[in-house]
Write a protein that binds this ligand. Sequence first.
Ligand code: ADP
Ligand code: MG
Length: 247
Amino acid sequence: MTAPVLETRDLSINFGGLRAVDQVSFTVERNRITTVIGPNGAGKSTLFNLISGALRPRNGQVLIEGVDCTGRPPYRMQAAGLARSFQITNLFDELTVAENLRLAAQILEPVSMAWRPVRASGVAQARVDELLERFGLADKARYIVGELSHGEQRRLEVAVALACKPKVLLLDEPTQGMSHGDTRDTAELIKTLAADVTVLLIEHDIGLVMSLSDHVIVMHQGQKLAEGTPADVRANKAVQTAYFGHT
Ligand SMILES: Nc1ncnc2c1ncn2[C@@H]1O[C@H](COP(=O)(O)OP(=O)(O)O)[C@@H](O)[C@H]1O
Ligand SMILES: [Mg+2]
C-alpha cells in the first residue's frame, strides 16, 4: 500500500491560550481536490502554515508520502514536494510576469547549472513558457505585476506556486476578492490542475467548494468538525449549525 501524498496527525498549535489548531488529523489522496472550509478564525490558514513549515506545531506530525517532515522549514517542505500560495499576495510587484515565474522555476535547474547566469539553461524557461500558456498569461509575459488586474495577479500566484512542479499545492482562498467571472475561471483552472498535482484548498465560496471538491474537511474553533464528500458535509447537522448558520 502506498502512503497518502499528505497526512497530518494530531496537528496542534496554541497562540497564548487560544487553541488555533487542535489535534487535526486527515489524509489527502493523490490527484484529488481536498478543500478545507470553516468560519473566519477557524484555524484554516494556521493549519496551512503548519503544513507548509511556516509555523512549527506544538504537537503532531506532517507526513509527505509517508515521510515525517514535521518541523522542517518551508524550503525543505518545498523540496519534499509541497508548494503554496498565500491568502495575501506573494508576488514581486516590480518584476514582470515572466520574471516572477522564472525565479520560481529556477529550482528545476540541474545543480550543475546553479552557478550560471539565470538565462543560461532551458529547463526552467520551458516551464515558464508552459505555465504562461496554460494560465492564459502569454500575452502579459512582459507586463509588470502591478499592471495586471486583480484576477490575473491571483492566477499568476497559482502559476508561481506550480512552477517548481510540486506534488501538493496548497491554495489559501485563491478567489478572494475576485469578480464572479474570475472566480468561475479560477475554479475551472483548479479543476484542470488536479490532473498533475494534488490540491489542498481553502475556499469560502460554498458553491465553488461543492462543485470543485472531491473531499471536504470542515474546521471549527481549531478542530476538525467533519469531513467527507461535499454532499456528506452539507447534510451533516453539526456542520449546518457551525458553518451554514442553520439551526
Ligand atoms: N500568528 C498569530 N498569533 C496569534 N494569533 C493568531 C496568529 N495567527 C492566527 N491567529 C489566531 O488564530 C485563529 C485562527 O486564525 P486563522 O488560522 O487565520 O483562521 P482562518 O484562516 O480559518 O480564518 C484566529 O483566532 C486568529 O486570530
Ligand atoms: Mg485564513
